[in-house]
Design a protein around this ligand. Structure first.
Ligand SMILES: *Cc1c(COP(=O)(O)O)cnc(C)c1O
Length: 367
């Protein structure tokens, strides 16, 4: 049996007619940039997230960069980011002319450790970026109480967490801005690159929309220099189709995760947080094992697409070598980066496949 880490082909086969029609409609219209397909998707994504403003952009990294730039922070202002995330989170900070300050993660959730955030806040701190990593939501009420106390902005990195809620709070509800990626493998994925910023602040929305489109107001009336970072019509039309399925797909992910919980619990490995149903949309199903790299190699040989998110935590990447970080700076992140393992999960995964994954894992654990 083969079990890939994600299976986009099965999903496409199930919705092929609708997708192909949506693509044809764009081709027939020859409206590729801006226009009605993008406007419709932005509108629908606003309804889905509850955000008043949605700006489609070229990718999730640009969403973060533009969100940061919209805050007009001074150069080198510090932005707190988790040490365990995809590199784009901190890369966006640097590219916005700001300085990423890394924070260790919580040993159970692998999310930004809110007990450490306050220690990192200085007079130069301008923003915090909680990352809803693996599809699991950071406690935004706790983040908000910190940001209110120190008067710093909050940008949510929701690239892996479309549609997640926690304790009745949605992404974007308690922050200034939320950023999404529509990279193909994400819970809501385009057929190419795509991203979006959502916000309830009209002035930020206006600024980001202009920045993403060459600082343009009216057609050739450029108020300032921006960039070219737009969501295109083909991606928007595809995303509109897929958005209709997203609630079902997230429920299917939850069902798959519940099967994993039972089996993984039986062999005594740590479960992802399961405290309340809504906290997690299971973009990834992550547990921890010893001798991780050997196990990953063995499972791959048996046809299972396991992943590692992430093998080298951001502060320890060559890209940040000049900052001179050491393992003791982020002890939890450092210890976990050699143990984390992501098991295959996607809406269409079958119980049989999950059983096979856990059996294989179990066999390799005791070898
Ligand atoms: C995917 C991802 C991004 C970047 O999104 P792109 O669309 O690939 O630019 C940012 N942050 C996190 C946590 C991600 O997983």
């Amino acid at each position: 049996m083969k079990v890939p880490l994600v299976d986009l082909k099965t999903q496409y086969a199930a919705i092929k007619n609708e997708i192909d029609e949506a693509i044809s409609a764009v081709l027939d219209s020859q409206v590729f940039i801006s226009g009605r397909f993008v406007a419709s998707f932005e509108n629908e994504f606003g309804k889905f997230t509850g955000a008043q403003h949605v700006i489609g952009v070229a990718n999730g990294t640009d969403a973060l960069t533009l969100a940061l730039r919209s805050l007009d922070l001074d150069n080198e202002t510090e932005v707190i980011v988790p040490a365990n995330s995809f590199v784009a989170t901190s890369e966006a900070v640097t590219n916005a002319g700001l300085k990423p300050v890394f924070c260790d993660v919580n040993p159970k959730t692998y999310l930004l450790d809110l007990n450490h955030v306050e220690e990192l806040i200085t007079s130069s701190t301008g923003a915090i970026i909680p990352v809803h990593l693996y599809g699991q939501m950071v406690d935004m009420r706790a983040v908000k109480s910190i940001s209110d106390k120190y008067n710093v902005a909050v940008i949510e990195d929701a690239a892996q967490a479309h549609g997640v809620r926690y304790l009745g709070i949605s992404v974007g509800e308690l922050s200034n801005l939320a950023c999404y990626s529509f990279y193909p493998g994400k819970n809501l994925g385009a057929y190419g690159d795509g991203g979006a910023v959502t916000t309830n602040e009209k002035n930020l929305a206006r600024k980001i929309r202009m920045m993403a489109n060459h600082g343009r107001g009216a057609k050739y009336d450029h108020e300032f220099e921006g960039v070219n970072s737009r969501l295109d019509s083909l991606q928007a039309a595809i995303l509109s189709v897929k958005l209709r399925y997203l609630p079902t797909w997230n429920r299917q992910r939850y069902r798959a995760a519940a099967i994993y919980h039972d089996l993984i619990g039986d062999i005594g490995l740590p479960l992802p947080t399961t405290d309340i149903k809504e906290r997690h949309v299971y973009h990834l199903y992550v547990t921890r094992v010893k001798r991780r790299d050997k196990i990953v190699q063995a499972m791959k040989q048996e046809g299972i697409g396991v992943g590692i998110h992430y093998p080298i935590a951001i502060p320890f990447l060559d890209a940040y070598q000049t900052r001179g970080f050491q393992s003791i700076d982020f002890p939890v992140t450092y210890e976990q980066m050699s143990r984390l393992i992501s098991l295959p999960i996607y809406p269409e995964i079958t119980e049989e496949q999950i059983v096979y994954v856990v059996d294989t894992l179990c066999r390799n654990l005791i070898m």
